[in-house]
Design a protein around this ligand. Structure first.
Ligand SMILES: NC(=O)c1ccc[n+]([C@@H]2O[C@H](COP(=O)([O-])OP(=O)(O)OC[C@H]3O[C@@H](n4cnc5c(N)ncnc54)[C@H](OP(=O)(O)O)[C@@H]3O)[C@@H](O)[C@H]2O)c1
Length: 342
């Protein structure tokens, strides 16, 4: 049985009084972890944009200090107060307060409330689950929402923005797997065009090639649907160029959080803006989406989606790169051994 005295490694971010931030690997004990029903021996976590944001001085994403970032994690249950989640069960957890308001996955051990924990779906290893991670779950939610809105393969081109990043590349992968004609928009068309085509993109275009009517309230009707994790002016451009009845699933803000638009796309083309939130998705939807990710939405190129694997010491360089939009696909984090198994 793991004892509270046994130490393990974690990547800890500390905020000083002046808002400055320091980060590095520290030794923690189980007593340092927040309250919760289960302790998970974390085998894999992944790097998401939010993990970069909690290291930015003055950020409003981290809601506690010290904080172990890592908004997603997968591993085995080490200690449990809950019969439905027995010791040894392979599980995953992400979202809620994990990695922003309580310690997350960049740690050999994490303690979380049972409500936030899901058994790994059949056929997905912990590594596979984190190759998908929060980014892939968000991509799958986006695809699920677009399908609920009525999008079907054959309806026309589906645009994915920020395509070389985590949410974007998983969206390309999932939509292409469903048989859609995927148009991948990226600032890295030269460097990553071949990779995106290998994931299934039918076309790869630059960031600025989305809008064919700059300055007008409506553009040409181009997209049957869109997955956008960039926001800002990019989202405004998409709204102007959706086909009649089309929809955009909007999840992110790497390109900005102000969206300047008019009502015309909504009242003359009946387009829909579908908000995507992976953080507070209720347990039954979360479970259903993960079952799809292990089933009909299962990514075909999971290994190709992983750019790099790092240990906790490799995190500073990756966090800096994700903030600059330089990570391709997913980076996996192996946080090292938990003290001992139960
Ligand atoms: N709503 C939710 O529940 C949820 C869940 C997960 C993530 N998100 C959000 O989704 C976004 C993407 O997250 P991620 O983890 O996929 O990050 P990521 O791997 O860094 O991907 C973001 C991509 O955005 C593009 N980008 C970066 N800076 C840009 C700029 N200034 N203008 C235009 N495009 C830019 C880049 O793609 P290219 O190089 O291909 O252009 C970059 O790869 C973030 O805002 C994140 O907070 C939201």
């Amino acid at each position: 049985m793991t004892t509270p005295e046994e130490a393990f490694e974690a990547f800890v971010v500390r905020r000083a009084g002046d808002g400055d931030v320091t980060a590095g690997v520290e030794m923690l004990r189980l007593d340092d972890l927040p309250e919760g029903d289960v302790v998970v021996a974390v085998e894999w976590s992944g790097v998401n944009y939010k993990d970069g944001m909690v290291t930015v001085p003055g950020n409003r994403v981290a809601r506690t200090s010290p904080l172990v970032p890592g908004v997603d994690l997968a591993g085995r249950i080490l200690q449990s107060h809950v019969p439905e989640l027995p010791v040894g069960l392979a599980v995953l957890a992400h979202g809620h307060d994990i990695g922003v308001a309580r310690h997350g996955g960049f740690s050999a051990c994490a303690r979380v409330p049972a409500e936030w924990v899901l058994p790994l779906p059949d056929g997905l290893s912990a590594r596979h689950a984190m190759a998908i991670g929060t980014a892939g779950f968000t991509a799958a939610l986006s695809v699920d929402e677009l399908e609920r809105h009525g999008l079907r393969p054959g309806d026309g081109p589906v645009l994915v923005t920020g395509a070389a990043g985590g949410v974007g590349s998983l969206s390309v992968e999932l939509l292409a797997g469903r048989g859609h004609h995927v148009v991948a928009s990226t600032g890295r068309a030269d460097a990553e065009g071949t990779w995106l085509r290998d994931l299934g993109a039918a076309e790869v275009i630059g960031r600025d090639a989305i809008d064919d009517a700059p300055g007008r309230v409506l553009g040409g009707e181009r997209w049957a649907g869109a997955v956008d994790c960039v926001g800002g002016e990019t989202l405004a451009r998409i709204l102007r160029s959706l086909r009649y009845g089309g929809a955009v699933a909007a999840s992110g803000l790497t390109g900005g959080n102000d969206v300047h638009t008019t009502v015309y796309p909504f009242i003359t083309r009946q387009v829909a803006l579908l908000g995507i939130d992976s953080v507070q998705t209720d347990r039954s939807r979360r479970s259903a989406v993960w079952k799809r990710l292990a089933g009909d939405l299962r990514p075909r190129h999971l290994d190709e989606l992983v750019e790099q694997e790092v240990d906790l010491n490799g995190l500073p360089a990756v966090l800096e790169r994700i903030l600059r939009g330089k990570v391709r696909g997913r980076v996996l984090v192996s946080p090292g051994a938990a003290p001992s198994s139960a």
